[in-house]
Design a protein around this ligand. Structure first.
Ligand code: AMP
Length: 389
């Protein structure tokens, strides 16, 4: 089955057309600056060069129409469309076929992720209206975490507040963590029961997975919680918000922007949110870049131990996403701080990037450590095939 995977943002729309059976990607691209001057599409087809196509994209509807037009050249009939939805809220324990009801749920929970869910719901509706013969599936990034134990998802806030506002840990990157479990299990079989999945990209989260079930994760009500990320601060004392508001005079919106867009590696290094620049800076002796790396190793290793504690141990740890797949320095830095737990990386196996899954731990490591390239689009396409095929 050929599946079109769509990942819509407020001003962008990523797409990928792939064959679920062969995993072959026929075409992929990104419509950027939708509704803004200077919109364009970066498009790439199997075996071809990446092209930059300058097209006017005043709205998402025009973008989708353009994507379907451009995909005609590939000449692969689309059997279903999978939509990545950032926030499934209290409705989606798993992916679901689009109906009036499920689409309404995406909009109902949108206040939890207003920058994403509204645009995603609009795009789903447009696809359904323009191509009624093709089925659509909602794949929420939170679904994998939906059934984690109550002790993990519940916040120690008054029950009436939790109930009325649905304040709880939802997590994110669920589709990636689910893919990591699946791929690692395929590789290790019976040797893998308690896995800590480390999705380290510009957004970063960990997930404790026991026999395929999410036991805890580091992101919370929103993706701001947990690890230090490219531009997000991760966990800090919630009273910091009151203090900055009352004493610093920052508005709630200012603090939202500060913590989500101006913090993390960017703020500590003073150089960049990109880990490559921070690593380069540290190598040249920049003390702020070195501190950013030290803090990243420190917090990531601390939270890996927290994830392990939520399962009362772990036998497997997997690095994935932009940093996890590409930076042997980051993997080594994090793993080094976990030596006391029996984690031991083999420097030779760790060296270099990962285009294929591989084990990077030493033979006598108490925990098997792997690097596995994530593939959220494939996971989404699999769900589409399962629900529509
Ligand atoms: P993602 O959000 O998964 O696309 O990851 C993006 C981040 O991965 C970038 O901001 C970089 O910090 C990091 N990254 C990507 N490629 C490399 C690389 N070759 N070496 C080190 N870090 C990388």
């Amino acid at each position: 089955m050929n599946v079109l995977v769509i990942n819509a943002g407020s001003s962008s729309l990523k797409y990928q057309l792939l064959d679920v059976d062969t995993r072959e990607v026929y075409a992929k691209g990104n419509c950027e600056r939708i509704g803004i001057d200077g919109s364009f599409v970066g498009h790439e087809e199997l075996g071809g060069e990446k092209q930059k196509l300058e097209v006017e994209l005043p709205d998402h509807k025009t973008a989708i129409k353009y994507v379907f037009d451009i995909l005609k050249t590939v000449d692969k009939p689309i059997g279903g469309i999978g939509h990545r939805v950032v926030q499934g809220g209290w409705y989606f324990p798993e992916s679901a076929v689009v109906t009036d009801e499920t689409l309404a749920w995406v909009r109902e929970v949108a206040p939890l992720a207003p920058l994403h869910n509204y645009a995603e719901a609009d795009v789903i509706e447009i696809c359904r209206d323009m191509f009624p013969e093709i089925g659509n599936v909602i794949v929420p990034d939170t679904a994998f975490h939906y059934n984690m134990p109550e002790r993990a998802w519940r916040y120690a806030l008054p029950r009436d507040v939790v109930d009325k506002y649905h304040v709880r840990k939802y997590g994110a990157h669920g589709t990636s963590h689910r893919f990591i479990w699946r791929s690692t299990k395929e590789l290790l079989g019976d040797k893998c029961h308690k896995l800590v999945s480390c999705h380290l990209g510009s957004g970063a989260s960990l997930c404790a997975i026991e026999d395929g079930a999410c036991m805890d994760t580091t992101m919370g009500l929103t993706p701001l919680d947990g690890l230090i990320m490219g531009t997000r601060c991760g966990t800090l004392d919630p009273a910091t918000v009151f203090y900055l508001n009352r004493v610093g005079g920052y508005s709630i919106d200012d603090i939202d922007t500060m913590m989500n867009k101006q913090s993390g590696l960017l703020a500590v290094s003073g150089v960049s949110s990109d880990s490559r620049d921070v690593e380069d800076g540290a190598a040249k002796g920049d003390a702020n870049c070195q501190m950013a790396l030290d803090m990243f190793y420190y917090r990531t290793s601390q939270l890996i131990a927290e994830m392990a504690a939520s399962m009362e141990g772990f036998d497997t740890m997997v690095f994935t996403a932009g940093i996890g797949e590409n930076s042997d320095e980051m993997r080594a830095g994090v793993a080094e701080r976990l030596g006391w737990m029996g984690v031991k990386i083999d420097p030779e196996k760790n060296a270099g990037r990962a285009s294929e899954p591989r084990v990077i731990s030493a033979d006598d490591s108490a925990v098997t450590v792997l690097v596995v390239p994530t593939n959220e689009e494939y996971m989404i396409a699999l769900d589409v095939e399962e629900l529509l095929g």
